[in-house]
Design a binder for this molecule. Sequence first.
Ligand code: AMP
Ligand code: GLY
Length: 423
Amino acid sequence: MNILILGAGGREHTFAWKIAQSPLCKALFVAPGNSGTASIATNLAISVTDFEGIKKQVLAHSINMVVVGPEDPLVNGIYDFFLEDSDLQHVAVIGPQKAAAQLEGSKEFAKKFLFRHNIPTAAYESFTKANLEAGYAFLGTLKPPYVLKADGLAAGKGVLIISDIKEAKQELKNMLVDSKFGAASTKVVIEEFLDGIELSCFVLTDGKHYKLLPTAKDYKRIGEGDTGLNTGGMGAISPVPFADAVLLKKIEDRIVKPTVEGLITDQLPYKGFIFIGLIVVDNEPMVIEYNVRMGDPETEAVLPRLKTDLVEIFQAIDQQCLNEIDIEIDPKTAVTVMLVSGGYPEAYEKGKEITGFESIENSIVFHAGADRKEGKVVTSGGRVMAVTSFGADIKSALNTSYESIKHIKFENMNFRKDIGFDL
Ligand code: AMP
Ligand code: GLY
């Protein structure tokens, strides 16, 4: 079949790398893609939210399946757009419909879903500028630090964790009254702070059945020792060593099953990945967020461990027979280390030539913010390349990635040398 992947990051290069290995894939397209996807697929210069442009390409290239990487098109209803168009109805879309994508598109929607289905999560209340005073009062009932979340999509920046109550009140006002995160902070969820260790769990669902993918942990801060500003993710490890059989069973029984059953009960059609962000407090897993897609850079550590044909899995998801598929996972540890532009996540320069990545043999190099220009591969974003390696344990996998990185060069290249330091 002909497959189109939407997106342009390391996650989408990883999808393309995996899908290109499938005998079921005849032609592979990525929109808009990057220099990595260009070497194994055909890049199409369209934006992931240009639904009419996507439609034209889907028809022009007889695409049978669309795999959606980022959340924006899902929250904006790309699945529904396909269903409502008689020319596109036959195309399989991997992702949730718009109503279900609200699990990521609205923090309040997710909290209501969690409470309705008795899934463990932090206590919360939500506020608009009409009840700002009530928001201040609610903050007064909580212990610090205070967790403020913009309800809508804010490119991963909409969560503030603040230790001082005066500052928390000021930020609440900034979000609600002064539109700190634009329309995304018209409503704010204030949440109890959960003190514990984080991990992410990934689930595939066809809307009736589910399969678990490996767990992963990502490293969001720019600085070593988890310090400095938040980024999209500086590296990831899979599996998470503290996620033993006992914890995994709790996660499946108390969180994954009720989530998939909740989607069915609430009639939220979903055929894709569910990314569940968890915090483990005193050995009890609690949900901090849902994402309706795979994580980036978690994908770069999770997907290489999947031995099963991904296209076969996607077909089963589309036909709602995921229960008939066996998911085979490589027991080895996979790690990925992100190479970023100097200055990121603040201002940085683009267009720097990248060399040395082509000769790497012991790791897989996934391109993220990298593009082809006049015969060269140059930086085009903050997160530039993810270097993934396997190992018998975290340490040996990391050693391999760090050895490989020695060969890759671009001006002002930066990366964290301590991925996995806390495990
Ligand atoms: P999110 O954008 O929802 O992924 O949240 C960003 C980060 O904020 C998470 O990765 C957590 O580290 C942290 N966080 C979110 N909610 C809570 C909470 N209730 N308690 C403690 N930390 C939280
Ligand atoms: N790495 C976190 C995310 O993809 O949201």
